[in-house]
Design a binder for this molecule. Structure first.
Ligand code: NDP
Length: 480
């Protein structure tokens, strides 16, 4: 068993209570590592280390902090294979996906914010003849970065990088299900020359380690990505202490396909947006609404491509669909497939657990699953399944598609497929979604604001929005 450890003040160490939790490889169902079952004393040690490191770190010029982040980015790229292997083993995602998406993006996060901090301009407001105002953005202080299991290193570094770039010190809490790459990040942070205490990683459960972190009085801000229920709970804990909060939560994203679209591209990308990472990306399009004149053709071509998605050992090069993250999540996804039948859905593809031979016999695999015949109000079309289960629904008018697209509690992302530019703008502005893609999906520019509306979150990450979150504005007014 591989012993994963907390990274505190630049050193690896176990939990104070000596307890550990098993880490399971989703592709095999077998434990392969242990992580510290950290509690309040570990969190407190991490926060104290961060507080001690803060004065010197925030005093450093942004360019110097940026240089260290760029070095860390290079080290991540230099360890691409090792990190991708770890991410795949830990999450069950295809190695090819970890190698081309997760780890390169983690490197980009540090490179991007390492340079962006130098372009974070100071605003001035001149009142002619009266006064000059200028805005100083002070680092918030010690902040918590809490991330989920679906894109472990990608999402954790999406928070850590802007926090460090802004001059904050960080205590990070990765998901207990996927701690491996966060563990490895400590080693790379040391090699990059990050001073001890600037970045600390505490492993453990959300209920114990995460809760202690959120409650800690010295934490000034919390950047959280995860489920809506957890987000609400964290908001309730943090509010009385007036902590700054950024919450990136769940989604139930619609894909709107109009008859005038480039059908081949719409089909190919909709398959990817439905099933990438086994549907376990918050941005996955799980409700596919198709204009009636092309519904049958879209369905035929969509199903043909779904049949091509090879479910297999995540470490095999040919695999396009790996394992779900845990046994509990497997059962949750299977329960939604049962529910789809009960709600009157008609199965078009998949619907079964996959039993693989050999090494992966105990793994948590599910076929990519497609239903039709489910109304927009049914639970399968309302609740976040976060797995390889999607619905196809024909629509007749733009207004109907828009009403269905907006008809859930979520508002994270949406994709619109059309060649009609006026419709693309019209719909984009009416969709309740923080991110709208037109004729594409998961096309990211790290400078743009990222986040959800309604129950999908509060606040925006990305670009200057992230630097604003991790800083506190102060206005200085000088009488002329
Ligand atoms: P959870 O909300 O269960 O967990 C997210 C993180 O919060 C984990 O590290 C978890 O620890 C921790 N946590 C749990 N309870 C607490 C607590 N009381 N205090 C502090 N931390 C706590 O989400 P999942 O990990 O299941 O991730 C899936 C969810 O994330 C989906 O809903 C998905 O939509 C959403 N998501 C949103 C994204 C976005 O950008 N909007 C992007 C990616 C995912 P532990 O795992 O140890 O319990």
């Amino acid at each position: 068993m591989l012993p994963l450890l907390n990274y505190l003040n630049g050193h690896y160490q176990p939990a104070h209570n000596g307890r550990t939790l098993p880490v399971t490889e989703p592709a095999t169902g077998q434990p392969y590592a242990t992580l510290p079952d950290s509690a309040a004393p570990d969190v407190d040690q991490a926060v104290r280390a961060a507080e001690a490191a803060l004065p010197a770190w925030r005093r450093r010029p942004a360019e110097e902090r940026g240089r260290l982040l760029l070095r860390l980015s290079e080290l991540i790229t230099g360890h691409l294979d090792r990190l991708a292997q770890a991410e795949s083993q830990d999450t069950g995602k295809p190695l090819s996906l970890a190698r081309t998406l997760d780890i390169p993006r983690a490197a980009s996060n540090f490179a991007f914010f390492g340079t962006l901090a130098q372009h974070f301009a100071t605003e001035t407001h001149l009142q002619e003849g009266l006064a000059l105002n200028y805005t100083v953005r002070h680092p918030l202080g010690v902040v918590a970065c809490i991330s989920p299991w679906n894109l472990p290193l990608y999402l954790l570094t999406w928070k850590i990088a802007p926090a460090l770039a802004a001059g904050c010190c960080v205590v990070a809490k990765p998901s207990e299900l996927t701690p491996y790459t966060a563990h490895l990040l400590g080693e790379l942070a040391t090699a990059a020359g990050l001073p001890p205490g600037v970045l600390n990683v505490v492993h453990g459960t959300g209920a114990r380690a995460g809760q202690a972190l959120v409650e800690h009085p010295s934490i000034r801000g919390i950047s959280f990505t995860g489920g809506t229920v957890t987000g609400r709970h964290i908001a309730a804990v943090a509010a009385p202490q007036l902590k700054k909060l950024s919450l990136e939560l769940g989604g139930k994203n619609p894909t709107l396909v109009f008859a005038d679209c480039d059908l081949a591209e719409a089909v190919q990308t909709s398959v990817r947006s439905a099933f990438a990472n086994q549907g376990q990306i918050c941005l996955c399009g799980s409700r596919i609404l198709v204009e009636r004149p092309i519904y049958e053709q879209f369905k035929t071509e969509f199903l043909a491509q779904v049949q091509e998605l090879t479910v297999g050992d995540p470490l095999a090069e040919a695999t396009r669909q790996g394992a779900l993250v845990s046994e509990a999540h497997l059962h949750k996804v299977l329960s939604y497939i049962e529910l789809a039948y009960r709600e009157g859905g008609h199965l078009l593809a998949g619907g079964q657990r996959v039993q693989l031979p050999g090494r992966c016999a105990g793994g948590y695999f599910v076929q990519p699953t497609v239903f039709e015949g489910l109304g927009p109000e049914c639970r399968v079309n309302q609740e976040e399944i976060f797995g390889p289960v999607v619905t196809l629904t024909p629509f007749d008018t733009e207004q109907q598609a828009l009403a269905w697209a907006n008809g859930t509690e979520y508002g994270l992302s949406a994709a619109v497929w059309t060649r009609d530019l006026a419709r693309a703008h019209r719909l984009s502005h009416q969709l309740h979604a923080g991110v709208v893609w037109v004729n594409t999906w998961l096309h990211r520019d790290l400078r743009t604001p990222f986040g959800g509306m309604k129950s999908s979150g509060v606040g925006r990450e990305g670009g200057l929005e992230a630097l604003r979150f991790f800083t506190e504005a102060q206005n200085v007014c000088i009488k002329l």
